[in-house]
Design a protein around this ligand. Structure first.
Ligand code: RNT
Ligand code: ZN
Length: 417
């Protein structure tokens, strides 16, 4: 134990914080790292489809992963610099087809993810899963599960069912539950003539997808305000999915903090959901003016999200995932920066004397509460983080970037893309 850590710990302990317990809790909490940061959300189907669905990556930093091997290597480099437990969040579009076993989205099976399961086992990772309802020719006029075209709708229902079965098979293989998250891009660019019809069709599609009882799968649905090109109307809105999840036991509502109006706080939504749900799935991201999916920073709203999870006792109930994609900077570094920042936010939250703060609130000592809340912001947090990283065998400071710089020179630059 370094002297500076001992001193920092004593400062926190003076407020009644159990620092060792915080470090232990943090090391046990898995973060689901999204595979799609590594290749600009393109996947491996090689159908030549551009990214669609109203989401966008911008930038052309060299070295994008173009194959499963490259993506796995890059991911491994990233996780070697990230402390704590990790999971990998996959999309159906990252299916791996061997020896001409190519299958369309509605015919995907667990065999197409066997390599990912092996990769997860080798690296001690859990897996989470997402059906991919975008970047595909069967997305017609921007619609999938809400389409008025029965053929289109049936195709995507089959895809949803296939993905839930894959999730269940992976859960069985790994002995670890798989979060299966449904997000669809459906919506209209301009003012629609019918707002109810598409939602009723989506409701019916979800009923069909979710009918089967599948062990090991934690199902959730992700709402959104708008996407690029679908500014006027989003079928899977907040009210729609929250109502749907609340009326279907065992189904959860995923909060993506880029999917709300700019002045809404996702941190404040967590305790509201906790009054009704026993799990809180999250996509942590950084929206800038819109759902821009910038790399997560260590900033106030992220800290507040972490605080809400910790002080409500919901950390165990939270399925914490990341969802951002920046193609303008080193992609391996983007993974490392965002994941470490989320973990810093969790550590920051774990180091707050929540009981004491609650007591001040409940006894109406609001001045004292403000004094203490502000004081806590400048305690020697970095020393505790440094100790945590040392225990976990990863660099505590920016020196981790040296390893990425070297990897860029030796591997990424040589890809020539
Ligand atoms: C899009 C949603 C969705 C996607 C990923 C790739 O706005 O946030 O979660 O970003 O599934
Ligand atoms: Zn998301």
């Amino acid at each position: 134990m370094t002297e500076s850590y001992a001193m920092a710990r004593a400062r926190y302990e003076a407020f009644g914080v159990d620092v060792e317990k915080a470090l232990k809790t943090l090391s046990q909490k898995p973060i689901s790292i999204h595979c799609w940061q590594g290749d600009d959300v393109l996947g491996f189907e090689n159908r030549g489809e551009a990214l669609s669905g109203g989401i966008q990556t911008t930038g052309n930093y060299p070295g994008r992963a173009r194959s499963p091997e490259e993506l796995m290597a890059d991911f491994q480099k990233a996780i070697s610099l990230i402390p704590g437990k990790k999971r990998i969040n996959l999309h159906a579009s990252y299916a791996i087809f061997e020896n001409g076993s190519a299958a369309d989205r509605d015919a995907l099976g667990p065999e197409h993810f066997a390599k990912w399961v092996a990769f997860a086992k080798q690296n001690g990772l859990g897996i989470d899963f997402n059906p991919t309802f975008f970047s595909h020719p069967m997305v017609k006029d921007g619609l999938t599960l809400s389409s008025p075209d029965d053929e289109v709708r049936a195709f995507w229902i089959r895809h949803g069912i296939a993905c839930r079965r894959i999730s269940s098979a992976i859960a069985k293989e790994l002995g670890s539950e798989v979060l299966c998250n449904i997000w669809i891009p459906d919506g209209y660019k301009d003012v629609p003539a019918d707002r109810l019809g598409p939602r009723l069709r989506l409701k019916d599609s979800l009923d069909q997808i979710l009918k089967e009882d599948l062990p090991g799968v934690i199902d959730c649905v992700e709402s959104k305000v708008f996407g690029i090109g679908v500014e006027a109307y989003t079928v899977g809105s907040n009210e729609f999915y929250l109502s749907y999840a609340a009326s279907h036991p065992g189904l959860y509502y995923l909060l993506d903090n880029g999917h709300f109006h700019p002045t809404e706080q996702v941190s404040d939504k967590i305790p509201s959901l906790l009054a009704f749900f026993d799990r809180i799935p999250l996509h942590v991201t950084r929206p800038m003016r819109w759902d821009s999916d910038h790399v997560v920073r260590f900033e106030d709203e992220i800290k507040e999200i972490a605080v809400e999870l910790v002080r409500t006792g919901a950390l165990e109930k939270a399925q914490i995932g990341l969802d951002y994609f920046d193609a303008s900077i080193n992609r391996v570094a983007a993974w490392v920066i965002g994941t470490r920042n989320l973990q810093k936010a969790l550590l920051f939250a774990l180091l707050q004397p929540h009981e004491k703060l609650k007591q001040l609130q409940d006894t109406s000592q609001f001045t004292e509460l403000l004094v203490l809340q502000e004081e806590l912001k400048t305690l020697p947090f970095s020393e505790i983080w440094a100790q945590y990283c040392e225990q976990e065998g990863v660099p505590a400071d920016e020196s981790w970037f040296e390893a990425v710089r070297q990897y860029e020179a030796e591997v990424l630059k040589k890809r020539g893309n």
